[in-house]
Design a binder for this molecule. Sequence first.
Ligand code: AMP
Length: 422
Amino acid sequence: MGTNEGQPLQGMVDLTEPELARWRWFERHAQDVLGRYQVAEIRTPLLERAALFEHAVGEGTDVVQKEMYRLTDRGGRELALRPEGTAGVMRHLAGRGPEAEQARLYYLGPMFRAERPQAGRRRQFHQLGVELLGAPRPRADAECLALQWALLEKLNLPQLEFQINTRGAPADQPRVAAGYRAALEPRQGDLCADCRRRLATNVLRVLDCKQPGCQALGADLPPVVELLGAESQAYFEAVQQGLTALGVPYRVAPKLVRGLDYYAHTVWEVTAGGLGAQNALSGGGRYRIRVGARDLEGVGFAIGLERLLAAWEEAGGERPAPRPPALWLAALSPEAESEQLALAVRLRRVGLSCGLDLRGRSLKAQLRAANQAAARWVLVRGPDELADGTYVLKDLRTGEQSVLDEVGWLAHQRALTAREIV
Ligand code: AMP
């Protein structure tokens, strides 16, 4: 085996226990909250046509231009591993009837981006995303944020913060771009080369640039909301009133724009402490996306699960311990091993978790395995027990051992099933 064969690809990880226990806990919690908000699940394919993301996410975005895993299939079709979840959901909805325009959907699954791996940045990561379709209404944006708050609140994350801003109605956006361009053009020389290009193509992205020179210029720009028309301003005001009424804490981040072109009105980012530089847990906003000939409007967000779970762990969030088996079955002969296997399968069918080792090893080795699995009770049977219908039960916690007849064993089994003795 070569040196790399036991390793996953760079930027990808195998998820294992006990970390997965935390994932399952969050997934169940999320399903519960989403159910109460009447949001239904959708699972879309991991592979899509590359053109879907080019159109829905935008050809000029880093995600599509630099980070998308592209491949050509045997029929010469240009495909991509999905880098995000919204485009697939929109493709699905574009092919449905008018009810699509009111859909309330969520997805949970892996996304792929060929980024430089670092702490908090992987090439395969997972997102929980929500899309609430419908025309712009401040109350719908507030409901979406309240849903996200409900998903996160229970985790008690440190420094959890919802930063919100507005991009304004689509009709107002050229005015914002023109205002920013006019402010930045006289100081072009202080911008990085990328941002000088962005001046013409997508001036708002200067605000996302990490170069100190560009950040300094960005800080001097007026808040987006000041460049908007009265209707867009009133919309944003109404969203904030809605959030206050619903008890969702937030802070206005006047220059938050989020790079993508399809955003209109409310945009937001959620951050938490303990994550270092990659402290963004989630991004969201109201959008209008064109798929084929159809425009779909909605509001949504995507939460990065790796980062969420890292923040949770950082905050000392309890890691659920793996559930130990209710019973370990040990055997002293091949015939007893067959009997114990049959018994284990029967017990599992009625709901007991059972462990056993089918390698014909010594009793000592079997007891060691039971100990490692944190089992309390071990049921031992060999040729003698099979012959006279008895069961040797060992309590690993006390070291005590008793010989049970059929009736005694059934009583113990009932107690285990009722979880009276764990
Ligand atoms: P985006 O789709 O870029 O708005 O990302 C939404 C969220 O997904 C981010 O806030 C992160 O929590 C998470 N995320 C995005 N890219 C990655 C990545 N490469 N590795 C891990 N998490 C990511």
